[in-house]
Design a protein. Structure first.
Length: 202
């Protein structure tokens, strides 16, 4: 399987709007009132006007030795939970996905002007980046005729957030899609996701 870093991108209209997931991120459990519905509609429009979905991804052969997972000769991650997730897999895709820096600028604008809108845009960004990751994984399954395990991200379970640095380097995310890390290993743009996905043959 090709092991070069590849880039996948989609325009805003190619990713379905997931209002229900955005509402769950907002922790809204009942039908919102008309004012909230209108604000949600406006925030979705603003988000869609500036979002640009991009991902860089790469395939690795993997070997598991106890809690250590070897990704070819390039990367070693240590996590009992990730090793369990990848059990039975001989390979994995590693990817970084983002909604673009323009969404960060929109969040900053609303944080300075109207916090309620910033909260809504933040929830929309979380919902939509997950929807984009779903599309990416579906594409990989179809393109390579494989079945993928559930996504597993740095900071989840016992996989240290410090592994973000290795994952982003492996995907050349800074150069390919403009995703970098802060000193605390959080991604910029904020609405970005990194993940390891185990590969099972169909």
């Amino acid at each position: 399987m090709d092991k070069e870093v590849k880039v996948f991108s989609l325009s805003a209209d190619k990713v379905n709007i997931d209002t229900s997931l955005a509402m769950r991120y907002l922790r809204v459990r009942r039908e919102p009132d008309e004012n909230t519905k209108e604000m949600l509609k406006d925030c979705f429009k603003e988000f869609l006007d500036c979002v640009s979905y991009k991902a860089s991804y790469r395939y690795f052969d993997i070997k598991i030795d106890g809690k250590k997972i070897y990704f070819d000769d390039e990367m070693v991650l240590e996590s009992e939970h990730l090793a369990r997730n990848l059990d039975g897999c001989k390979g994995a895709f590693v990817f970084v996905a983002t909604t673009s820096s323009a969404v960060d600028r929109l969040l900053i604008k609303h944080s300075n002007l109207r916090v309620s809108r910033a909260v809504i845009v933040d929830a929309i960004g979380s919902a939509q980046i997950e929807a984009f990751c779903d599309i990416l994984c579906d594409k990989l399954e179809r393109e390579y005729s494989v079945t993928l395990k559930p996504r597993f991200s740095p900071g989840y379970g016992d996989l240290s957030i410090l592994t973000q640095k290795q994952v982003l380097k492996a995907c050349d995310s800074s150069r390919k899609i403009g995703v970098t890390l802060t000193d605390s290993h959080l991604m910029i743009p904020k609405k970005s996701v990194s993940a390891i996905v185990g590969v099972s043959e169909k």
